[in-house]
Design a protein around this ligand. Sequence first.
Ligand code: ADP
Ligand code: MG
Length: 380
Amino acid sequence: MKLDTRAIRYLTGEDWRVLTAAEMGSKNHEVVPTPLISQISGLRGASGVNRSISNLAKVGLIAKVKNAKYDGYRLTYGGLDYLALNTFIKRKSVYSIGNQVGVGKESDIYVVADESGKQIILKIHRLGRISFRTVKANRDYLRNRNSASWMYMSRLAAMKEFAFMKILKDNGFPVPTPLDQARHCVLMELIDSYPLRQVTSIADPPKLYADLMALILQFASQGLIHGDFNEFNILVNEETQQPVVIDFPQMVSIDHANAKEYFDRDVQCIKTFFERKFKFVSDDEGPTWDDVKRTGKLDIEVEASGFSKKQAKELDKYLQQITQLGEREGNEAGGDVSAEDEDEDGDEGEGEPEQGSDAEEEEVEDEHSNLSKNSHEMKN
Ligand code: ADP
Ligand code: MG
């Protein structure tokens, strides 16, 4: 899914209203009927609405869907991207969009700039995307999960990541500073380092190994397990050799049912990597689960910071199902995820949206700023 921001300057205020209406309508409708879009948008006159619908469909922000009973539209990932970006732009968190720097299996990473020109990272969560292109069994399993639920899960992932990064940063952990979050997107500090996997010069592997194991234990002592602690999610500065940890949607409490398993797996990932890459095997067999001494409770505190237990459960359930389907094993740098972007093949399930629509919804702004009026420079 490529983020193409070229059209963002050309959308009118009415277009934004209609796009927002399509988003709101898709909370309860897999295919949003045109009259409903019109009604939610609050715009008078069908011709304006129709013009906007056709503008938005032309640039791929909504897609026409023929349903057994009626025709309508659904918001695409591109449409959701625009809405999130518009929110960031209005909040003055983002000013311009730069290049894509990473493609994870469940996210796209871009360098963007804020108003002062400072470069920051935009992480766009894209849960569910991979399911489209994988084996049939997955398709069958995921059939009845509609696009609205993927968008919802992506938003939960962004909310969770932001909440955890904030609490970790506030407690002195080496993580990027979280800057803002909207819908399925997180803005964070750009770390001038590469994933351990790519770093060619590690001066002192035993030291880095010890630092990383200490970090796993520090997380655990605060009640947390990263859950995906591997050479892709640890950025190491070539000069200072300092590690920074990223990627938190799967972080769990040490009271989680699978906590020990995740802890052991995090430890094992580092062991395996150091052995393979540096032929380094520590004399110390640990750390083990028994070494974990809880001294803090960030796992509890984070619940008070905008990511509820209920939301955590919903996301956890989804991620576990994906894991069982064998889709979440590491990241492949430069993977081929762009091959199948949107679910344009039209075989989505037609069931009712099953996401927790009673969960707290992010407020959809009333204002529909016209970006073309702003002098925002959207490169690329
Ligand atoms: P995913 O969940 O898709 O694995 P990650 O958060 O791990 O996404 O990010 C994917 C890649 O993007 C990372 O391996 C790294 O190369 C790059 N990246 C992510 N966040 C940052 C950051 N804050 N600073 C620098 N590079 C980053
Ligand atoms: Mg990652």
